[in-house]
Ligand binder design. Structure first.
Ligand SMILES: Cc1cc2nc3c(=O)[nH]c(=O)nc-3n(C[C@H](O)[C@H](O)[C@H](O)COP(=O)(O)O)c2cc1C
Length: 178
């Protein structure tokens, strides 16, 4: 197999964990939503998730202040809205209204769940030690919801520059080689 060198600036697209998510936050009754693909699992139970939220984003200051969010997992049906929410700031506009997303009340946190997303994880920030160096917030998932009808959700996996791979094909691989 002949390989060619790959630009360092594009490496994130190779390791992107996916799925791309929509992070909702809320402050003083005003909800916001941003697209996020830099996240990682840190613990099974209670589930801990690390999310990188740039300090240039409006969501960063809301998250620092309120320490609550919902990680909403969208599917291919709302791909356009996912990209739009990742290219516009909610500082001066309501992205829910602008992109026709439906907010539903959460049970454990103030930020709303997005009805159009197949799964929603209500989270509380439990560790901010890496925010200063990496803008990395560690969240504990307090409550999780899924649409049971979507068995193999067609989630979006960012490859960089507005390009995505779509999941959904099932592959079962036995753990033991015979
Ligand atoms: C596919 C995609 C993935 C993104 N992933 C992240 C991410 O992991 N972290 C981040 O801080 N911004 C990410 N962004 C950019 C933010 O979503 C974007 O800056 C957004 O406008 C922030 O909104 P806000 O200012 O309302 O918080 C991503 C954007 C796109 C389109």
């Amino acid at each position: 197999m002949k390989k060619r060198e790959y630009p360092l600036g594009k490496v994130y697209g190779l390791l992107e964990p996916g799925p791309v998510v929509l992070l909702t936050t809320e402050r003083e009754g005003k909800a916001n939503v941003m697209t996020l693909s830099w996240h990682l699992m840190l613990e099974f139970e209670p589930p801990l998730v690390g999310c990188v939220v740039s300090n240039r984003n409006y969501s960063f200051e809301i998250l620092c202040e309120t320490k609550e969010c919902v990680i909403n997992i969208p599917t291919i049906e709302i791909a356009k809205e996912v990209v739009a929410c990742g290219n516009v700031s909610g500082r001066n506009q309501d992205k829910f209204k602008k992109y026709g997303l439906t907010s539903e009340s959460s049970t454990c946190v103030k930020p709303p769940r997005i009805a159009e997303c197949y799964a929603n994880l209500e989270c509380r920030v439990v560790d901010t030690r890496m925010v200063e160096g990496y803008c990395l917030f560690v969240m504990e998932v307090l409550k999780a919801w899924i649409d049971p009808k979507k068995k193999w959700p067609r989630t979006l996996h960012h490859r960089g520059y507005g390009e995505f791979m779509v999941a959904g094909r099932r592959l079962k691989v036995p753990s033991k080689m015979r």
